[in-house]
Structures are given as C-alpha cells and as structure tokens.
Design a protein around this ligand. Structure first.
Ligand SMILES: Nc1ncnc2c1ncn2[C@@H]1O[C@H](COP(=O)(O)OP(=O)(O)OP(=O)(O)O)[C@@H](O)[C@H]1O
Ligand SMILES: [Mg+2]
Length: 234
C-alpha cells in the first residue's frame, strides 16, 4: 500500500488540489485508490461527491470524523491534510506517510510560512509523540500504519503551485525552493483548468487532452518521482 500525504501548514496552498488530482490520476491508471480527508473542512470529500459515477471510482474516507479501516487491497492512499490552526504543529502527521508533498505558492507570506514549516519538517524527529492530538485522525493513521512508525523515514518534496511565470514572486519562490535540502520537483501554473476540474469532481487528466497538455507535462516530474524508489522510505 502506497501512502502519499499532501501537507503544508499554510491554508490555500493547493493541498486538496494536489490530493484530488493524484487520486484521479492513479484511479485512471486502474489502481484502487483511497482519498483520506484529514481536514474537517472536508474539501476532498466534497470533490468526491461531485465526481461522476462514470469515472474510475475513488473511495473517500472522512478521517477527521471516523477512523475507518482502509481495505488491505488498496494500492494508493492519498492523505489530504488540514492547514494548521494557531499554535498547532502538523509535523506530527509526517511520520504517518511514506511520502509527503508540500505545495507552496509564490507570495511573500506563503514563502515565509513555508520557510518556517520546512524547517520544522527537517527536524521532524524531534517532534514528541505526546504532542499528538486530534484523536480521530490519529486513530485512522494508526490503523493504517500501526503504532510503531519510528523507524520509517518519510520522504518529503516540494512543488511550486499556482505560479505565474516571469513574475518577481515566482523568481523569489524558485530561488527559495531550489536551495532547500529536500527535492523541488516541479512548478504547476495558475490556470482555470484546476478550478474547472475541481468543480466537476475530476482530475486534470480527465479533461480534454488538448486543454491540459501543458499542465500534464508539468505534472510529469512529480509523477516520475512518486513512481521511483527515491520517494520511498529507506
Ligand atoms: N495551480 C492552480 N491554478 C489555479 N487555481 C488553483 C491552483 N491550485 C489551487 N487552486 C485553487 O486555489 C484554491 C485553494 O486550493 P486548495 O483548496 O487546493 O488549497 P488547500 O491547501 O487545500 O486549502 P486549505 O488549506 O483551505 O485546505 C482552490 O480554489 C483551488 O481551486
Ligand atoms: Mg484543502
């Protein structure tokens, strides 16, 4: 079972967008996919409700509400994490996935928040187990991974999201992400395609190929990394 979490403490950075698009991508590949929403906002579950029955099925779990079990035959579990409430640390969630993707937007506020968050991520080993809160989410994650996750080393990578190329904001973001110790995989542009897909419960890969060709190209390095051993715990 492959587990991929989308995580950033900053609201609106594209966590749900990445989670739903990844879920749709793997479902279209014929994989059995669980989309686990860890966020009480329930945006991933709302997306699933809009998903046409004719599309490859994705099983939704509202993990914030009920720690349902994931079927053993599941190929991919995509975990859509919440933004942080004030004073809450999300790095406690990291140990519960094989792979974590952090989407970051190109704005001074987002970059500042990402700097803090990624520093925290890099020191995740220091996060004490007794910091764990949110009983339903943690019970769900434990049912997936068991209690002892301490030996696993989660792989983390960043993605620039909602980018307008040739802007100073993007140049600043690029420079910041490029210098990080963790891999900077790709840049996803700002386009209505994501919004149109989201409204219809679809992934980009399910829109007209000519409309999304450029975007799917941008997804290439992310998918390639996820399909390689480099994104798996050692
Ligand atoms: N690359 C993109 N181009 C255009 N719009 C985008 C892009 N990525 C995300 N969006 C839009 O930005 C908004 C916020 O994205 P999303 O809901 O994925 O963020 P989030 O990190 O899950 O937010 P929250 O912290 O509230 O859960 C949504 O309306 C989404 O459709
Ligand atoms: Mg969200």
């Amino acid at each position: 079972m492959r587990t991929i979490m989308i995580l950033n403490s900053k609201g609106g950075s594209g966590k749900t967008t990445l989670a739903t698009n990844l879920a749709a991508y793997y479902a279209l590949q014929g994989k059995s996919v669980v989309l686990a929403d860890l966020d009480p906002q329930g945006s991933s579950i709302d997306w699933l409700k809009a998903r046409p029955e004719s599309r490859p099925a994705i099983h939704g779990i509202a993990a914030w509400r009920e720690p349902l079990r994931v079927a053993a035959a599941t190929d991919y579990v995509i975990l859509d994490a919440p933004a942080a409430r004030h004073g809450q640390s999300l790095t406690r969630l990291i140990r519960y996935a094989q792979t974590v993707i952090v989407p970051v937007l190109a704005s001074p506020l987002d970059i500042r928040a990402a700097r803090e968050f990624i520093r925290e991520v890099e020191h995740v080993g220091r996060v004490a187990r007794h910091n764990i809160q949110d009983a339903a989410v943690i019970a769900f994650l434990k049912s997936l991974f068991g209690d002892d996750t301490s030996t696993a080393t989660t792989r983390v990578a960043v993605v620039a999201n909602r980018v307008r190329e040739n802007t100073v904001a993007y140049d600043t973001l690029y420079e910041f992400l490029d210098k990080l110790k963790i891999p900077f995989l790709t840049t996803l542009r700002d386009t209505q395609n994501y919004i149109q897909a989201a409204e219809r419960g679809l992934g980009l890969c399910e829109l007209a190929p000519s409309q999304v060709a450029y975007d799917l190209e941008q997804w290439g390095p992310l998918i390639k990394w996820l399909n390689s051993k480099r994104s798996l715990p050692v």
